[in-house]
Design a protein around this ligand. Structure first.
Ligand SMILES: Nc1nc2c(c(=O)[nH]1)N[C@H]1C(S)=C(S)[C@@H](COP(=O)(O)OP(=O)(O)OC[C@H]3O[C@@H](n4cnc5c(=O)[nH]c(N)nc54)[C@H](O)[C@@H]3O)O[C@H]1N2
Ligand SMILES: Nc1nc2c(c(=O)[nH]1)N[C@H]1C(S)=C(S)[C@@H](COP(=O)(O)OP(=O)(O)OC[C@H]3O[C@@H](n4cnc5c(=O)[nH]c(N)nc54)[C@H](O)[C@@H]3O)O[C@H]1N2
Ligand code: SF4
Ligand SMILES: [Mo]
Length: 749
């Protein structure tokens, strides 16, 4: 008899509730859970393919250990023996920095990824931490750190209540939203328009989101910071700045900011952005006049040379129009596992560049070094070089700049361990691969995404299908990895959770504003409920959190507990040294001359931008037949005028060349991209030997990130520039040595 079980979808940031149909141990269907307090039944094609993804026959089911050069299946004890034997001598001989830790995107989609990497890093004490943030949202962390003193305090647009949304470099109709967790983002945008609100989309491509908007402006890629600076300029010039009574005492630097933006008039930026000055003025006036409004920018305004400036200006505009921290504007969510807010007052502030990378001297941001610098930190010999890598849910060979160099660098390591369900472009280099079970067999709670959710709520779904005999869940894998990496190999996995619980409760009971101040930590530990270590930790975090919830309450409400719409949270959220919002932070002021120089740039050559497809997710969903094919293809989109000018034809292969290399991809002529811009999606290039991705390898596509050499970064955040890349494009017939180019670029036959 089929049964049903609930499972929060881990496949994108929208965190929809799914209702799975299960026959035996197999997921045979997935529907939206209509009773889910947050998603109310919404589902997308990826969620609907949960069963196929869960049962992908290419998923690894047993650990692999390299023996005589070959990866071979072994038992779990042997795998962890190999991890300890591989890592410990390197740490002991060369020190903690000889181990690089690489954390990829799915860590924010698993409980294990939230609960254990911090413990691993605490135990290892390496400064060589690289994550997907530096190919994604690090500019936002840096701007929040500087403005609010807390890199994780990221305001989200109040989608359900706003009257006006200015959206830059995001395509939620395909991505389903990011740093703004909102199941049915498309429906929320339609509802905004239906209630008379205004949606403006700034994107060099006419995306599905742009088609839904009142107004679409096809900006020249890489120039959002200029546009936003001009919007702020108009607010000052036309005396439209009004931070509102709620922020009046909380903002410092208003006058200084006005001075700093003086040169960025609409007339000065119009040519560069390719948006008329009159339109920019209109946008600014509308933003100021709207009863409530929110400015929201994502990947296309983040992974660019001025990513931190643009991210900062997004919030600056929300502040200048009085929309920060008020309903309908941009608000800070309060998740159920956030520590109880401390009383308002000055904090430690946010520091950048407390250390630097060894080879290029890139400053750290939020304790991380740029993922773009991982290859050079491995392949540049000398004291402090990385000799071992722990990669968890990461595929940087495809997601980071210059995959070929990284491919070779990873191959040269003394030791590498991957926690990954697939043998793919990155994990194929590992000496040990530790595969987590499929998602139906993992419990789920969204520690990360609930801090970006447009409505406060808490939902927990236990594993829908029991684990197979002997298969550890991903939390246990992480815990054993922590022990093996830190010289405690052989200790019981549960010891890690109990250690964390002990430390957290000791701290809480000694913290005056904690609800547990003065209590006995050992008694509190005994009172925690939950059948596993991670459940006990979740229970503890809920109890220590702002809503006084417990795991048992979540279990009693399988469709979730609604905690209401977002509420104002200032000033308690501020951790700046001044205790106020620091509108013009020094590192940004120091970087503004670089943005001013951009006003004089006249470069108008062809540039490349990325794109996402609804039925895809970064580099790891090309192996599911239901999610591939159709329009989900690795094509080079080119505007008809450019195609004509360059002699490109729809369907024919074109060679794209840039600083880091070249690739050959089929041309798709479409006026959805603006002239002067071409677009390739990322996460493709599944044709390297030694992988086990049978479906993906049949239509491998090319790795767009091979076009990058890793040297182009947003300097404040260390984030790789992935959009607005200068390229040249030619029909392959026009390229001198076609055969060589084709072989290099591994054109699909
Ligand atoms: N050119 C260009 N490059 C980009 C981007 C772009 O827009 N343009 N986007 C960037 C962005 S925003 C991001 S976030 C990065 C993403 O890049 P990565 O962080 O490398 O993430 P993915 O490509 O999603 O690869 C995820 C890996 O995790 C594995 N995995 C999947 N599920 C699980 C699980 O449950 N547990 C574990 N342990 N592993 C799992 C997959 O098999 C895969 O190996 O790519 C970036 N790269
Ligand atoms: N279906 C699907 N969903 C996903 C993912 C996926 O791969 N597929 N990945 C997930 C991840 S890791 C993330 S971070 C989120 C990202 O979610 P989004 O930020 O919504 O990402 P994209 O869909 O890449 O949208 C970026 C948009 O920026 C535009 N753009 C490029 N350059 C510029 C520029 O200079 N200025 C402006 N204004 N726009 C520009 C691009 O044309 C593109 O439409 O999506 C998540 N959800
Ligand atoms: S929108 Fe995201 S969370 Fe919702 S079903 Fe689709 S992939 Fe899953
Ligand atoms: Mo991302």
């Amino acid at each position: 008899m089929p049964r049903t079980a609930l499972r929060i979808c881990p496949l994108c940031e929208a965190t929809c509730g799914l209702s799975l149909t299960i026959e035996g141990s197999r997921v045979t269907g997935a529907r939206g859970d209509r009773d889910d307090v947050f998603s109310s039944g919404f589902i997308c094609p990826k969620g609907a393919s949960f069963g196929a993804l869960d049962a992908d026959p290419d998923r690894l089911t047993r650990p692999l250990v390299r023996k005589d050069g070959q990866l071979q299946e072994v038992g779990w004890d042997e795998a962890f023996d190999a991890v300890a034997a591989g890592l410990r001598p390197l740490v002991e001989t060369y020190g903690p920095n000889s181990v690089g830790v690489v954390l990829g995107n799915p860590n924010v989609h698993t409980m294990a990824g939230a609960l254990y990497p911090p413990v691993l890093l605490g135990a290892l004490r390496t400064r060589n931490l690289f994550t997907a943030s530096t190919v994604d949202q690090m500019p936002k962390h840096v701007s929040s750190g500087l403005l609010f003193g807390d890199a994780n305090a990221i305001p989200v647009p109040d989608l359900d209540r706003t009257d006006h949304l200015l959206l830059l470099g995001a395509n939620p109709l395909e991505s389903n939203g990011s740093l703004c967790t909102a199941p049915d983002f498309p429906g929320k945008l339609k509802a905004l328009r239906a209630r008379g609100g205004t949606l403006t989309v700034i994107d060099p491509r006419r995306t599905r989101t742009a088609k839904l908007a009142d107004r679409h402006l096809a900006i020249r890629p890489g120039t959002d910071a200029l546009l936003l600076a001009a919007l702020a300029h108009v607010l000052y010039e036309e005396k439209l700045v009004d931070v509102g009574p709620h922020l009046a005492d909380q903002v410092q630097g208003l006058d200084e900011l006005g001075d700093a933006l003086r040169e960025f008039s609409p007339e000065a930026v119009a040519g560069r952005c390719d948006i008329p000055a009159a339109t920019i003025r209109l946008l600014a006036r509308e933003l100021a006049a709207a009863p409530t409004a929110a400015v929201y920018g994502r990947v296309g305004s983040s992974t660019v040379a001025f990513g931190t400036e643009a991210s900062w200006l997004v919030d600056v505009l929300n502040i200048l129009t009085g929309n920060l921290d008020r309903p309908g504007g941009a608000l800070f969510p309060l998740s159920a596992t956030a520590p109880t807010p401390r009383p308002a007052g000055p904090g430690k502030g946010f520091a950048l560049g407390r250390w630097s990378s060894r080879v290029s001297g890139h400053p750290e941001a939020k304790g991380e070094l740029p993922l773009a610098a991982l290859a050079e930190e491995i392949d540049t010999p000398g004291e402090g070089a990385i000799r071992a890598v722990i990669a968890i849910a990461a595929n940087p060979v495809l997601s980071a700049p210059d995959g070929d160099r990284l491919d070779q660098a990873l191959d040269s390591l003394d030791f590498m361990v991957s926690v990954d369900p697939y043998l793919n472009e990155t994990s194929r280099h590992a000496h040990v691969v530790l595969p987590p079970p499929p998602p139906s067999r993992s419990a789920h709670y969204d520690f990360a995404f609930n801090t970006f959710a447009v409505r406060n709520q808490a939902r927990y779904t236990p594993a829908a299908v029991p684990l197979e005999d002997g298969q550890p869940d991903e939390c246990t894998i992480h815990a054993r990895l922590v022990l093996a990496a830190s010289g405690q190999h052989g200790a019981p996995a549960g010891a890690v959770d109990e250690m964390v619980i002990g430390a957290a409760l000791a701290k809480a009971t000694a913290t005056p504003h904690s609800p547990f101040f003065g209590a006995d930590p050992e008694r509190l530990a005994r009172e925690l409920s939950g059948g596993t270590g991670p459940e006990r930790r979740l229970d503890m975090m809920l109890r220590l959190g702002p809503y006084d919830l417990t795991l048992d309450q979540l279990l009693a409400h399988p469709h979730g507990i609604d905690l209401g719409p977002l509420k104002p949270r200032l000033p308690a959220i501020l951790r700046t040294r001044s205790g106020r919002i620091e509108l013009l932070p020094q590192p940004i002021a120091d970087d503004l001359p670089r943005l001013r120089r951009e006003l004089d740039t006249t470069e108008t050559g062809l540039v490349l931008v990325g794109r996402r497809h609804l039925r895809s997710n970064n580099s790891w969903m090309h192996n599911i037949p239901a999610l591939t094919g159709g329009s989900n293809r690795c094509t080079l989109q080119v505007h008809p005028d450019d195609a004509a000018g360059l002699g490109l034809e729809d369907g024919r292969p074109a060679r794209v060349r840039a600083a880091g290399g070249e690739v050959v991809a089929p041309v798709e002529v479409t006026d959805a991209v603006r002239p002067g811009v071409v677009s390739l999606p990322h996460g493709w290039g599944h044709d390297r030997p030694g992988t086990r991705l049978g479906v993906a390898a049949k239509d491998p596509g090319v790795n767009v990130n091979q076009l990058l050499d890793g040297s182009l970064l947003d300097p404040l955040s260390g984030t790789a520039v992935l959009n607005a890349i200068p390229v040249d494009v030619a029909d392959v017939a026009d390229v001198a040595d076609v055969a060589d180019v084709a072989a290099d670029a591994r054109v699909p036959s």
